[in-house]
Design a protein around this ligand. Structure first.
Ligand code: NAD
Length: 307
């Protein structure tokens, strides 16, 4: 199977490596010159659970010409339209396009470039970190839930789940994946944005009484807006999930902290708390916590990165 990884940063390298090792024809796509050069010259260096070098092809999106069986999207959320624009040549009438980005609303963006029957949405708890150009750190295990956006795509979606699982990525075909996507977005919307704003670890946020109040208010906004969107969300269940996740990740800085505070990079806030604000407005639902948090993150981006 010919698979392009559209965005081969941390997660793209994990998925690309595992699918390549499972015998698929994998081509990494990226625009980061130092990363491309490093992988071309020295292979992809992997450390963490295993130390190795994997020889895997990488190119710029505009160099990819062959129509793919599968494209896995792994840019950051705000980079998705540019990537989809750049890979039009490889998306044929039967190319399956899988989105595992964090956040909400990506299906509307992808639908502008890909027929709905070929779009597969999903959510993953795999993780990965880039250590530098051409070097990815992979530790621990994970899983993936995916579902074709349109019932006509279901058989293909199940085939793709099988391809991912044969690469030890533990994928299941989920008959109702959208609530899981919202649940993960809610984890990100409570932990990532607040820890980036407060410059703290997840455990420190949850140990603060006021921090915890903010977390509960954000969960409530996600649930009410999600329900208005027709997504079956249960506030108690999501609260349990967020609390559970906060315990297992207590000693970590979430990825938005790493992006914004540690590396001064723009964040995916508009697709997390910002998406809930936007959707809330469509339904006349007030979302004061998500509104303020989105503005504060943008203000912090202005302060740390500049306009
Ligand atoms: P990343 O920044 O490491 O990788 C994104 C890559 O896409 C970069 O290498 C960038 O150069 C490339 N890119 C962006 N726009 C491009 C374009 N137009 N053309 C070519 N290349 C382009 O990000 P990541 O950590 O791998 O995260 C990807 C997505 O997965 C995000 O939505 C993130 O929230 C989600 N996610 C990440 C993790 C994690 O542990 N890193 C876990 C779960 C989900």
């Amino acid at each position: 199977m010919l698979i392009y990884i559209a965005g081969s940063g941390a997660m793209g390298c994990r998925f690309g490596k595992q699918l390549h090792e499972a015998g698929n024809d994998v081509i990494l796509l990226d625009k980061w010159e130092d990363h491309i050069q490093a992988i071309r010259e020295n292979g992809l260096k992997v450390s963490g659970d295993e130390e190795k070098v994997v020889n895997i092809p990488i190119m710029r999106p505009e160099e990819a010409k062959e129509q793919a069986d599968l494209v896995i999207l792994f840019t950051k959320a705000m980079q998705l339209p540019d990537m989809l624009e750049a890979i039009q040549d490889v998306i044929g009438p039967d190319t399956q396009v899988l989105c595992l980005l964090n956040g909400l609303g990506h299906q509307e963006v992808i639908s502008k470039y890909v027929p709905e029957k070929n779009i597969i949405m999903g959510v993953t708890v795999w993780t990965a970190q880039l250590q530098g150009p051409g070097h990815v750190y992979l530790a621990s295990t994970g899983s993936i839930n995916i579902q074709s956006l349109n019932p006509d795509g279901q058989d293909k979606g199940k085939e793709i789940a099988d391809v991912l699982s044969k690469a030890n990525l533990n994928a299941i075909y989920d008959e109702d994946v959208i609530p899981s996507i919202w649940r993960k977005a809610c984890v990100n919307g409570t932990m990532n944005s607040n820890c980036a704003l407060l410059d703290c670890k997840i455990g420190e946020l949850f140990a603060s009484e006021d921090g915890l109040t903010i977390v509960h208010e954000i969960i409530h906004e996600f649930v009410v807006v999600g329900q208005a969107e027709g997504v079956a969300l249960n506030e108690e269940e999501i609260t349990d999930y967020v609390m559970q996740t906060s315990k297992s990740a207590a000693h970590h800085y979430p990825s938005m902290h790493q992006d914004l505070v540690q590396n001064n990079r723009y964040t995916e806030i508009d697709f997390i708390n910002g998406a809930v604000s936007r959707l809330g407005r469509n339904h006349d639902i007030a979302t004061p916590y998500c509104d303020l948090i989105t503005q504060l993150i943008h203000a912090k981006e202005d302060v740390l990165i500049g306009k």
